[in-house]
Ligand binder design. Structure first.
Ligand SMILES: [Fe+2]
Ligand SMILES: [Fe+2]
Length: 392
């Protein structure tokens, strides 16, 4: 590679900065729809270049969206009303319903916090990094803390997005339902934070790419883009990630916690597809729908290629291997492959159901290897029970 030759002899920290910047710039250049690029650009500058998610204790995100104050008070969306009833009936208590007395030792090989084959760290020897058994256990612990930290940051985004969407939706039944989701997301944030804080005792900063997606949808004034971003894309990502971690951990408290969260998330995605199907198919102009089609595809790619534990890399490995070597190691790991499979198995049928997989974008999805998931069950066909039955 020309880049490798150019960077030959450059000290590793400087080389990493150059590679990270080029990766981020090339990401933005790949976005083909200019409107989509323009809408993502301010968040990309804040997240990828200014790295606002890592610099301070808090970030102020400018938000402006219409609040739909309803004056008809009609019960206007029976399926959403049904979801609202289910949500009220299935509330759980993050303090009392989980067994916080469980003794969690993430280094105990008898109860692996994550299966050793999830990220085969012994393969790092291909890059000259030999880890002993203790270091390998530590590496698995780090990756688990990283994943759960990203879940926690994502849940905070979901809390605000669901609050914004509750204001903006036009259906009264949607507002009732939305309020239950706000509560759900607060509880999710509570339990992930508590698990990290009291059981794992280590957390990581927000991933820059996750920051970009959250910043973008919280600051976009269009309610349906918030909805698409949070209820369909990020929830799809979350469901894939939660299920993968559940299936790859033996730690009983974490398994129990993830099961509870997954049940709630099933309702959230169901709500998203109900609201968006009607809106996208009947209310958007062709040009507006095309923009959503492209936006969804770009965000799907972002989610497929960009969650690679760079915060762990920067903490432990950046002096030992290049960023591109790390990316390859992560992308090829069986754990990440299982995660991507589950994520797109959930996400793609939903995009199809709401009307965003039109013939115009089919080739993009085919080229990205994502069309194979079309035809699977969408969120309106999957109950909480179905999702739990899918776990092992
Ligand atoms: Fe959540
Ligand atoms: Fe959610």
């Amino acid at each position: 590679m020309i880049l490798d030759k150019m960077l030959n002899g450059v000290p590793q920290p400087a080389r990493n900065r150059v590679e990270a910047t080029l990766e981020n710039v090339s990401l933005m250049l790949q976005v083909k729809n200019t409107k989509v690029a323009a809408s993502l650009a301010p968040s990309a500058v804040r997240g990828l270049l200014l790295r606002q998610g890592k610099r301070n204790d808090a970030v102020k995100m400018p938000a402006s969206h219409d609040v739909h104050f309803d004056l008809k008070y009609g019960l206007d969306f029976p399926e959403m009303n049904e979801l609202y009833r289910r949500a009220v009936a299935n509330q759980w208590d993050g303090d009392k319903d989980l067994d916080w007395s469980t003794d969690v030792d993430p280094m105990n090989p008898e109860v692996p916090i994550i299966n050793p084959d999830f990220m085969p760290f012994d393969r790092l020897k291909e890059y000259g990094i030999k880890l002993n058994a203790k270091e390998m256990a530590e590496a698995n612990y780090d990756m688990t803390c990283w994943m759960l930290s990203q879940f926690m940051h994502g849940e905070q985004g979901a809390l605000y997005a669901s609050a914004q969407v509750t204001e903006s939706v036009k259906w009264m039944d949607g507002k009732f339902y939305g309020a239950t989701q706000v509560m759900d997301e607060a509880r999710h944030l509570e339990v992930f934070l508590r698990y990290l804080d009291t059981k794992l005792e280590k957390s990581y900063q927000i991933n820059d790419n996750l920051f970009v997606i959250i910043d973008d949808l919280l600051t976009d004034s269009r309610w349906d883009v918030k909805f698409l971003g949070m209820q369909i894309m990020v929830e799809g990502l979350a469901l894939g990630a939660f299920s993968t971690l559940h299936n790859n951990t033996k730690e009983p408290l974490l398994r129990q916690l993830l099961k509870y969260v997954i049940q709630d998330e099933a309702r959230h995605v169901h709500y998203g597809v109900l609201a968006l199907r009607e809106h996208i198919r009947n209310e958007l102009s062709d040009a507006e729908r095309r923009e959503r089609e492209d936006w969804a595809f770009e965000v799907a790619l972002l989610m497929r290629n960009r969650f690679m534990g760079h915060e762990v890399y920067e903490e432990k490995y950046q002096g030992l291997m290049t960023r591109r070597q790390w990316n390859r190691f992560i992308l090829e790991s069986p754990g990440m492959q299982r995660f991507r499979h589950l994520m797109f198995k959930r996400l793609i049928p939903n995009l199809d159901y709401i009307g965003l997989l039109t013939p115009r974008v089919r080739k993009h999805y085919e080229d990205a290897g994502l069309w194979q998931f079309v035809g699977g069950k969408n969120a309106s066909q999957l109950s909480e029970k179905d999702l739990l039955a899918d776990l092992n």
